[in-house]
Design a protein around this ligand. Structure first.
Ligand code: ASP
Ligand code: MG
Length: 465
């Protein structure tokens, strides 16, 4: 059994959905579950209409919604069987009616709460999945629209709700056992869930990958496929380095580091459920299905590549705290970190000296609250507009001279913080935001001049966005 997840660009219009059906055809009749994102930029559009409504611009909000609706109606009409066209249109109209009412409510009191944001955003996936399921039926395949919400149980932390796996896993098994019975092809939503009280939630932007992995792990599938618009996981961002190469196979640990430290291909949480059940995750290009993508498994085959990939994250802020009280003291770091914990702010990288600590953040939403509390511990300075560069490879920690060759490749670039050795597979450092592209290019030139053919494959980006 398989779970196949298709991202926004892979369902963006009738052409993309036909392509999706062509891909699925290759895998049928084996049992599989299709998970879809919202079409194209629908999620952004829905959220934008909410913001317009909250700003009192209900006419603009409706116009924005109208554009989204027109595109969904046109796509549905192109793909549904003639006999089903009317009922599908009625379903979509009903959903757009609900969204319209919600916009009116938002405009009424100007409150765009996180609960309302989720109620709005969830419609993207509910709409796209209804169209894709109907498109299959239009082709004579038993597409079954499955509302994932009653099974995907989350807490009520709207816009980034956490999954309650204990409740979710058995519900997913029941839901899909029923949906697969008699040769059905379930088509369901990524990104969304519900609280035990039945309120719609979302699990964070880009969360459809994670949904697919949760479903795949619950069902114990053979493979979780993530269909997107690039050929797989690449050695770095091809917009910066056009000669980036594709990784054929990579370990869960390496892929998780890359996802977390800025590679945009996978949602960072995606690999956790797959890793726990040791289910391979394959990242493929829906525009070039003949290309085998990147397979992520527990253990990657041996490679002579020292560095497998270079990721980077812009918009990094470094917070430095220095205090004499740190000198020979214990418990200082615990107090420091508890402040970040209180404001649910993750720290990516830490460097310490005898009397100071530097920490990198990419989420600065609560910095205004964090800084005053930090000042009670010592002198605080903040550096903004930095970037984190992260090199990933199997044995980085154990290669003599590696640090010299990494930093030797970027002689003119100031490195303000380094983290190495905490994980055997990751070396990260901080540079000025304006130099990150230079750094990535220089490092790629240095380490990917002659890529190991066992590990990498040249790829073409003509088809990618
Ligand atoms: N549609 C959602 C988003 O745009 C979820 C996803 O695409 O994974 O964030
Ligand atoms: Mg995505």
């Amino acid at each position: 059994m398989l779970v196949m997840k298709f991202g926004g660009t892979s369902v963006e219009d009738a052409t993309a959905i036909r392509r999706l059906m062509g891909i699925i055809d290759r895998y049928l009749p084996q049992p599989l579950v299709v998970v879809v994102s919202a079409m194209g930029k629908t999620t952004n559009g829905l959220l934008e209409s909410g913001r317009l409504a909250a700003a009192g611009l209900i006419t603009d909000a409706r116009a924005r919604l109208g554009t989204i609706a027109a595109h969904h109606y046109a796509t549905a009409e192109e793909l549904a069987a003639p006999t089903e066209c009317q009922s599908l249109r009625a379903d979509l109209e009903a959903r757009f009616g609900t969204i319209d009412k919600l916009l009116e409510e938002i405009a009424g009191d100007g409150q765009l709460t996180s609960r309302r944001l989720d109620a709005l955003a969830a419609n993207g996936e509910l709409l796209s999945s209804a169209i894709v399921a109907a498109a299959f039926r239009g082709r004579g395949v038993a597409g079954r629209w499955v509302d994932i919400r009653p099974a995907m149980r989350t807490n009520d932390d709207f816009t980034r709700a956490a999954i309650n796996f204990e409740e979710t896993d058995p519900r997913l098994r029941d839901l899909f056992t029923a949906a697969l019975s008699g040769g059905g092809l379930p088509v369901t939503q990524g990104f969304i869930g519900s609280t035990s009280g039945g309120m719609t939630t979302t699990i964070g932007r880009g969360g459809s990958d994670y949904s697919a992995a949760i479903i795949g792990a619950a069902l114990g599938v053979d493979e979780i496929q993530i269909w997107t618009d690039v050929d797989g996981i690449l050695s770095t961002d091809p917009r910066i380095v056009p000669g980036a190469v594709k990784l054929k196979t990579i370990s869960f640990a390496e892929a998780a580091e890359l996802a977390y430290f800025g590679a945009k291909v996978l949602h960072p949480s995606t690999l956790l459920p797959a890793m726990a059940r040791e289910i391979p995750v394959v990242v493929c290009n829906s525009r070039r299905p003949e290309v085998r993508g990147t397979t992520i498994v527990r253990q990657a085959p041996p490679s002579r590549a020292l560095i497998k990939a270079i990721a980077f994250k812009r918009g990094i802020t470094v917070v430095n705290v220095s205090s004499d009280r740190m000198l020979m003291a214990h418990g200082f770091l615990a107090r420091l970190f508890s402040i970040f914990d209180k404001y649910e702010t993750a720290i990516d990288m830490v460097a310490t000296s005898e009397v100071s600590v530097s920490m990198t953040l990419d989420d600065t939403r609560h910095l205004d609250l964090i800084l005053p509390e930090l000042r009670a511990l010592g002198e605080v300075t903040v550096d903004r507009d930095l970037a984190l560069v992260c090199l990933v490879g199997e044995q980085l920690k154990y290669i003599p001279g590696l640090a010299a060759s990494i930093f030797g490749a970027i002689p003119g670039i100031n490195v303000s913080m380094i983290s190495h050795g905490a994980s055997a597979i990751n070396l990260s450092f901080i540079v000025d935001g304006s130099r990150v592209e230079d750094a990535v290019r220089a490092l790629h030139d240095r380490f990917f001049a002659d890529p190991d053919a066992e590990t990498f494959e040249a790829t073409s980006f003509a088809a990618s966005a």
